[in-house]
Design a protein around this ligand. Structure first.
Ligand code: IDP
Ligand code: MG
Length: 139
C-alpha cells in the first residue's frame, strides 16, 4: 500500500469558504500535506481528469461544475492513504455518507459533493502528476 493519495476540494466547497475547515479535518485525521495549491481547471482539463466517466449521463454536469471556479488540489501522506482518505470523505452521495465524514458534513448533493479522493494507488499517482510538477511535491 502506498503512503500517498491525491485529493481536491471541489468548487462548491471553495465557493462557500470551506477550504480551512476541510483542511483542518484532513490534518486532524492524521494526513500530512505534501503538496497544496489553489488552481482552476479548464473545461477541457476537467474532461481529461474525468475521462473514465465520459459515457456517464452526468459527465457534462460534472465537468462544467468542476471547471466553473477554483479547486484546491493536494497530495496527502498517511499509511494506507487511498483507503483511509476514502473513509474520511464518505459515500459519493452525502445522504448515504456516514456521520462525521467530510461529505456528510459539507456536501450539497451527489454531484456537488465537496471533495475528490483518488480510488487507487495507480490513479493517485496519475492524478497527482496531472496537477503537480516534481518540484511542487515535498518528499
Ligand atoms: P467518487 O468521487 O466518490 O469516487 P465517482 O463515481 O468516481 O465518485 O464519480 C465521480 C464524481 O462524479 C462524483 O464525486 C460526483 O461529483 C459525480 N457523480 C457521480 N455519480 C453521480 C450521479 O449519479 N449524479 C451526479 N453526479 C455524480
Ligand atoms: Mg471516483
Amino acid at each position: 500500500m502506498s503512503k500517498n493519495t491525491f485529493m481536491m476540494i471541489k468548487p462548491d466547497a471553495v465557493e462557500r469558504g470551506l477550504v480551512g475547515d476541510i483542511l483542518k479535518d484532513i490534518t486532524n485525521a492524521g494526513f500530512k500535506i505534501k503538496a497544496l495549491k489553489l488552481t482552476q481547471l479548464s473545461l477541457s482539463e476537467a474532461k481529461t481528469f474525468y475521462a473514465i466517466h465520459s459515457e456517464r449521463p452526468f459527465f457534462n454536469d460534472l465537468t462544467s461544475y468542476m471547471s466553473r471556479s477554483p479547486v484546491v488540489a493536494a497530495v496527502l501522506e498517511k499509511d494506507n492513504a487511498v483507503s483511509e482518505f476514502r473513509n474520511l470523505i464518505g459515500d459519493t452521495d452525502p445522504s448515504k455518507a456516514s456521520e462525521g465524514t467530510i461529505r456528510a458534513k459539507y456536501a450539497i448533493s451527489k454531484g456537488e459533493n465537496s471533495v475528490h479522493g483518488s480510488d487507487s494507488d495507480e490513479n493517485a499517482k496519475i492524478e497527482a502528476e496531472f496537477h503537480f510538477s516534481g518540484r511542487e511535491i515535498l518528499f
